[in-house]
Design a protein around this ligand. Structure first.
Ligand code: HEM
Length: 201
């Protein structure tokens, strides 16, 4: 088995940055060249939502892969990937609030009542914010054991986000169903940890 030396880990992180960032650059290009479809606002919300969804899948794949390949150093890519989930979610929500709602905050309330899946997205975003602000090394050290308990709320995120997606899609059901199955599988791999959390409370 190939060993993940610090140099190789550096290259892997660089590749992940390129992979996660290039869709954002491509999106900016599409918007600047007026090629973001017939309804650019919808296009932006869709594109950034899918970006958040896919980077979340990638983040949750790391620890099963590290275990399977016996490469503990892989775990060091989780922060980078998780912060991309946060970045895509910020763009997604930013596009929705600025371009769709035009900063009409009263509309947000109406939207939540009309489309309750937005509440699931918002709960997911609160979790993402908590994980992002506590992702710094110093904060992690200062939080001690509480850090792991907080960061295990990514399992809740893995439940909320696919439901938000499934519920938001109007006609197509194959793609959202595939994502629901993928997230169910990723949570299944963590059944021991989830059982532990549920039994403790
Ligand atoms: C405050 C938080 C959030 C709000 C207000 C929000 C709002 C929305 C809206 C308005 C849609 C479009 C539904 C439509 O087609 O009309 C949507 C879809 C979607 N959202 Fe969110 N969302 C939030 C959080 C999130 C998060 C945290 C993620 C993932 C990390 C996410 C992923 C998605 C995905 C994948 C779609 C489906 C895209 C599509 O097929 O068009 N959302 N969301």
């Amino acid at each position: 088995m190939m060993k993940l030396t610090p140099k190789r880990l550096g290259w892997l992180k660089f590749t992940l940055h390129v992979l996660c960032f290039s869709p954002i650059a491509y999106l900016v290009y599409l918007v600047l060249t007026d090629s973001a479809g017939g309804d650019p606002v919808q296009y932006l919300i869709h594109f950034t939502g899918m970006g958040g969804l896919n980077t979340l899948v990638a983040t949750l794949l790391v620890s099963p892969l590290a275990k399977w390949l016996k490469m503990g150093a892989l775990l060091q890519t989780r922060r980078l990937l998780g912060l991309y989930v946060f970045a895509y979610a910020c763009l997604h929500i930013g596009a929705f609030i600025s371009l769709d709602l035009l900063f009409e905050w009263t509309l947000l309330f109406e939207e939540v009542i009309k489309r309750p899946y937005i509440l699931l997205g918002a709960s997911g975003f609160i979790i993402l914010c908590l994980l992002a602000v506590t992702s710094f090394k110093q904060v992690k050290t200062a939080m001690g054991k509480r850090w792991l308990s907080l960061h295990r709320s990514i399992y809740l995120l893995a439940l909320l986000v696919p439901i938000h997606f499934y519920w938001s899609v109007k006609s197509e059901i194959i793609e959202p169903s595939i994502y629901v199955a993928i997230f169910a599988g990723l949570l299944w791999l963590r059944k021991k940890q989830i059982k532990q959390i549920l039994l403790r409370r």
